[in-house]
Write a protein that binds this ligand. Structure first.
Ligand code: GAP
Length: 482
């Protein structure tokens, strides 16, 4: 469906009302850019994580999964470049004390210029900014902000500090005695847990290049500007896969993973092709020789969902240098030792949840046969990802109907999530299941007692049909298994 700002706000309220996503520590007025997943959100997130894990580690013979710790030796982050390079250029308004990421401030100004019909000027501004940021010319960036008379949205003034780099890593202390404790970081990406275990996995799994290591888990970034609901969070979850390859084969494997990952978003996540696009990086991260984003058309525009990076031998090379332990592989096919190159796929699980909800959320209105108006809010989450697959609803609370419904649930619940409900009219119960995104609802009625048939209702079309009780499980299973 098409979105305006109101629809996006409605989606956020809906996610809360139906147990998907809550503001963290809400009773204390919340914590900015930190969210909790409720009963339906946690299950949706798990289903997406499981789908990714299955694709990576079960459908690919040469990819295995690990689960590395969040805390890592502090030198890891020196070696990876995060201590020195993982920062965003920021500027503060001296009057309001509000801090801005300079690229966001300049982009917002360019958007205003474009809205006023000054498209060329807007493009020139963005191009100037990109050149200055690429050259690390922070004084030049400040001058650009001043010359263009960019104002703080709170104070309305142009009274700016210098532009400074802010590191995005959270740090804490390991150890209980203050002067013995050492600074340690919460990992800002899961990837480094894979790199430092490259040889452990390769040797214990007797892996032969090319092979991959996959991992899902929490990552933490002190995002200064955290916006757009769960799009940019301070605590989030990544699903990353490092694919170790022979040097020189990176172009071919980069093309392979670029294509595979787009296909996954369409076939497993069920995103329509028109909501997905590639965005090739011009400015590359310090570790990459090629990079592309898979972008999704979110309610607030095209934004990054996943990054595919050709990381060369940067990471293993740096860990070899800092740990002084060889990170090499002996390739028996060519009789050579080398530090492998890496193609990385890195997707944000929370962004996938947001993309799924944005794609699924619909406010529908129609005219009924008797001329009256009807409406519903529905989450058309693909059946393989929906938190609950089947609702079983006895028409009444008596005449043995609840028992038949319970028996059906007992038969199905080891295979998929079911939901039982006997309160309210059937119409109201269907609407609640639509709102949660349950793809199938079965009603047990008096006819069921006579001929063992039930009514099955399909969420997306609202059509219903009569099928045998024994056919329900197979029908749902066929739809939810991918
Ligand atoms: N290991 C490479 C890496 O971390 P990245 O582009 O910084 O690359 C990868 O992050 C993915 O992680 C992004 O495409 C996005 O989906 C997700 N991500 C990054 N920062 C995030 C944040 N603050 N909140 C939610 N998801 C985030």
């Amino acid at each position: 469906m098409s979105y305006d700002a109101n629809t996006f706000q409605n989606l956020i309220s809906h996610a809360k009302e139906y147990g998907y996503i809550f503001q963290s520590s809400e009773i204390y007025d919340g914590l900015a850019a930190v969210y909790d997943y409720g009963q339906n959100g946690a299950q949706l997130k798990k289903n997406i994580r499981d789908a990714w894990w299955k694709t990576m580690t079960q459908l690919n013979d040469n990819i295995v999964g690990i689960d590395a710790a969040i805390f890592m030796h502090p030198t890891t982050w020196k070696a990876s470049g995060h201590v020195d390079n993982f920062s965003d250029p920021m500027i503060d308004n001296k009057d309001s004390q509000k801090r801005y990421r300079v690229d966001h401030l300049i982009e917002a100004h360019a958007e205003r210029l474009e809205a006023e019909g000054q498209k060329l000027k807007a493009e020139e501004l963005i191009s100037d900014m990109e050149k200055l940021l690429a050259a690390d010319d922070l004084a030049g960036v400040k001058q650009l902000i001043v010359d263009n008379n960019m104002k703080c949205s709170v104070s309305g003034t142009c009274n700016w500090t210098d532009v400074r780099q802010f590191n995005l890593m959270f740090s804490t202390e390991l150890g209980s005695v203050a002067d013995e404790a050492s600074t340690i970081y919460l990992r800002p990406e899961t990837a480094q847990g894979i790199f430092v275990n490259f040889l452990n996995v390769q040797k214990t799994g007797r892996m032969k290049i090319p092979f991959g290591i996959a991992q899902t888990g929490k990552a933490f970034r002190n995002e200064i500007v955290a916006r757009q609901f769960i799009f940019r969070m301070r605590e989030f979850e990544q699903m990353e896969m490092q694919f170790f390859i022979r040097p020189g084969s990176q172009k071919e494997w980069y093309a392979h993973w670029k294509e595979e990952r787009l296909k996954w978003h369409k076939e497993v996540m069920g995103f329509p092709a028109e909501r997905l696009q590639y965005h090739d990086h011009v400015k590359l991260a310090h570790y990459a020789d090629a990079a592309v984003d898979v972008e999704f058309n979110f309610p607030f525009g095209w934004k990054e969902l996943e990054g595919i990076h050709s990381r060369t031998d940067y990471d293993l090379g740096r860990h070899q240098e800092f740990s002084k332990k060889k990170q090499q592989y002996f390739d028996t096919e060519i009789n050579q030792n080398y530090v492998p190159y890496v193609i990385e796929t890195s997707v944000g699980l929370d962004r996938l949840v947001l993309a799924t909800l944005s794609n699924a959320y619909a406010e529908e209105k129609w005219t009924k046969e008797d001329g009256s108006e009807d409406s519903r809010v529905v989450l058309k989450i693909p059946a393989n990802l929906a938190p609950t697959k089947l609702a079983v609803l006895p028409l009444t609370k008596k005449d043995g109907l609840p028992e038949i419904a319970r028996d059906l649930i007992n038969d199905c619940k080891s295979s998929f999530h079911c939901f039982y409900e006997e309160k309210d009219s059937i119409g109201k119960r269907y609407r609640r299941m639509d709102a949660i995104g349950t793809p199938f609802a079965v009603t047990v009625d008096h006819q069921t007692k006579e001929d063992n048939t039930v009514t099955i209702r399909y969420r997306d079309t609202m059509t219903q049909e009569r099928i045998h009780l024994n056919a329900v499980k197979a029908k749902v299973l066929a739809a939810v298994t991918k």
